[in-house]
Design a protein around this ligand. Structure first.
Ligand code: PMP
Length: 420
């Protein structure tokens, strides 16, 4: 049976009390972005109110306070990932930027013409296009490990797709379309046995499970704060120290170069500063650290079980409806369910749900080759987070039932719920 989180968490999220033209938000688009709890808002507010300054530059009191907050935040991120050292944590603006940094700054060094970069058949465009570009620029070959007949990651297909020319493997930890979980540890073990570096796109994983980069043995791990109850505009690249030592910065400038010259050598900072040219997003780091505290206070495994239980209930309820197809077979999933109503375009289902205050994502979910491979024009994606309730899942199911019956019922079950 679906579990409710022990604490009353909804009250922590001001936006959930917003009025959407008389409706209360039923926010089931957490895979796109999550909302931000008061604890994170307060931490960012407190930072700007008490400690704001640029970091690592001034000798003045506020500069030192800001620097202290900044260092503490990096250490918090290290602990969240169980990385060996804070120096292995590089701050970026997003998962997308993190993957691009690895592709440009590392991929270009380890990949040459005729080599292969291997990704899976379910990747988000952000873990596809940086590798495609790398291959186009170096003459390497982009290979795709096929998904199984349910559109799920297949360790066998990875094993079979690895060759003597494979230099890099890039894979999503959790699919943003179906919520299915890739066997990252097994893939890494296989790849490492052949000296291949593994890059993990953790964008959809960090909010739903404990991620221990040493246990996974990921060489690089990328994620975004805005999908785990933190602020927008900040992401993380974790990299093993030995790899960061080889990574070339994409951006150069202040902060990463304590001393520069017109024609002689410059003094370049060691990792992670080397990859963080320009003034850092300290408020974002403080907010991300607070989001990590928030998740860990609730317990990441408890949150993951909650989200997976809601997804399981949604799968069950939607599958029981005539004319509704739910994709993927794996259970439990990372809080994501993709489905379609026969004969109804996913955008129409999405608009129908929106009329009742239910937010879902519709379309190809920035994973168009994968959605194509399923033979779909798109799907409706409901994605659950820690503040969602069983009542909201039931509402989704009831609302899809009315879509299936030909839409726009005035006696929608939401009326009751939304006014409550
Ligand atoms: N990878 C996956 C699996 C994602 O779901 C997303 C976000 N939709 C990204 C990468 C990109 O994340 P961001 O837009 O925060 O860079």
């Amino acid at each position: 049976a679906p579990v409710e989180l022990a604490r009353e968490v909804r009250a922590d999220f001001p936006i959930l009390a917003t009025d959407l033209d008389g409706k209360r938000p039923v926010y089931l688009d957490n895979a796109a972005t999550t909302h931000v709890p008061r604890q994170v808002l307060d931490a960012v507010h407190a930072y700007y109110s008490n400690d704001n300054s640029n970091v690592g530059r001034g000798v003045h009191a506020l500069g030192m306070r800001a620097t202290e907050r900044y260092l503490r935040a990096r250490e918090r991120i290290r602990a969240f990932l169980n990385a060996a050292a804070a120096e292995e944590v590089v701050i970026t603006k997003s998962t997308t930027e993190a993957v691009n940094l690895v592709a440009q700054g590392f991929g270009s060094q380890v990949v040459s013409a005729g080599d292969e970069v291997l990704i899976s058949g379910l990747e988000h465009h952000s873990n596809l296009l940086p590798w495609r570009r790398l291959c186009e620029r170096t003459g390497a070959v982009l290979k795709v490990a096929a998904v199984d007949e349910h559109g799920e990651p297949s360790p066998d297909s990875f094993r079979e797709a690895i060759t003597g020319r494979t230099r890099l493997v890039a894979v999503a930890h959790v699919s943003n379309v179906q919520g299915t979980v890739s066997p990252v540890r097994e893939i890494a073990a296989e790849a490492h046995g052949r000296g291949i570096v593994v890059v993990v796109d953790g964008a959809q994983a960090v909010a739903h499970r404990s991620v221990d980069v040493r246990d996974l043995d990921a060489d690089f791990y990328c994620f975004s704060a805005h999908k785990m109850y933190g602020p927008q505009g900040i992401g993380v690249l974790y990299g093993k120290a030995e790899h960061l030592a080889r990574l070339e910065p994409v951006l150069v400038g202040g902060g990463m170069a304590p001393l520069a010259s017109y024609d002689g050598p410059s003094l370049i900072a060691p990792p992670p500063m080397r990859f963080e040219a320009g003034s850092p997003n300290v408020a974002g780091m403080v907010g991300l650290a607070a989001a990590m505290d928030y998740l860990d206070d609730l317990g990441r495994d408890a949150v993951g079980e909650h989200d997976a239980a809601l997804a399981a209930r949604a799968v069950e309820g939607l599958r029981a409806l005539d004319g509704v197809t739910v994709y993927g077979a794996q259970a439990p999933r990372g809080g994501i369910v993709s489905f379609n109503v026969d004969g109804v375009h996913p955008h129409d289902v999405g608009s129908h749900l929106d009329a009742f205050g239910i937010a879902t994502r519709t379309g190809v979910h920035c994973a168009s080759p994968f959605v194509d491979s399923l033979g779909l024009v798109g799907s409706v994606r409901a994605s659950f987070g820690l503040y969602n309730t069983v009542a909201e899942v039931e509402l989704l199911i009831d609302s899809v039932r009315t879509a299936e019956k030909g839409f726009w019922s005035n006696n929608h079950p939401n009326e009751r719920f939304l006014k409550s």
